[in-house]
Each structure stands twice: as C-alpha cells, then as structure tokens.
Design a protein around this ligand. Structure first.
Ligand SMILES: [Zn+2]
Ligand SMILES: [Zn+2]
Length: 108
C-alpha cells in the first residue's frame, strides 16, 4: 500500500491551492488561496488497515492536514490507488482506515 500527502479541493471553487492556516493543537482551519473560502477537514473511521505501508516524509506545516477520528493525530494520508475509486485515508499513528469530509465551510 502506498500513501500520499493529502490533496484537498476547495468545496467552493474546486481549487487544490489550499493551505492549512492553523496548527493541530488549535484547529484544522484551511484557507483556499483562490477564493478565500475557509473550511475544516474531518475524518470518519470506517475500518482498520492491516497491510504494511511506508509513511511519507514530513510535510510543510501549511500542507493540508486532517485529524484522525480515533486518535486525533494529524498524521492522516491518502491511499494511492485507482483514481476512480472513492478515496480512502489512513492514520499513520494508529492505522485507522478513514474517509475525509469537509465541514465548517465559510465561503470567501
Ligand atoms: Zn476556493
Ligand atoms: Zn489515528
């Protein structure tokens, strides 16, 4: 299994030029560079990962991030795979299998 850094598209304009404007100990507010919409990604646990995976290297603090629904760690990565399949995500800290959604959407 291969993991990739999160790519999050703006829920308002679809741009992936989105950055994480806060820090995990505070909140997960993200801002779209294109239209200034703000939102917070969140995850839902849908299972457990048993396959081995390599954790991608440390990212910029402004790279998109989301909290794990189970352990709260901001070490959630996307599973690389079939681009047509629904995206699934993995917490590298506790191996929860997750889906990712966006909440707290405030159009810019
Ligand atoms: Zn936008
Ligand atoms: Zn976790």
């Amino acid at each position: 299994m291969t993991l990739q850094p999160l790519v999050i598209a703006c829920p308002q304009c679809g741009s992936t030029d989105v950055f994480y404007s806060c820090e995990p100990k505070c909140c997960f507010n993200h801002v779209c560079s294109n239209c200034r919409t703000t939102f917070e990604p969140f995850t839902t646990r849908v299972g457990e990962v048993t396959e081995d995976f390599a954790v991608p290297p440390e990212l910029e603090p402004t790279a998109p991030a989301a909290p794990c629904a189970r352990c709260g760690e901001a070490r959630v990565f996307a599973i690389a795979g079939n681009p047509d399949a629904p995206r699934q995500y993995v917490c590298a800290a506790c191996r929860a299998l997750l889906t990712l959604e966006l909440g707290e959407i405030a159009p810019g």
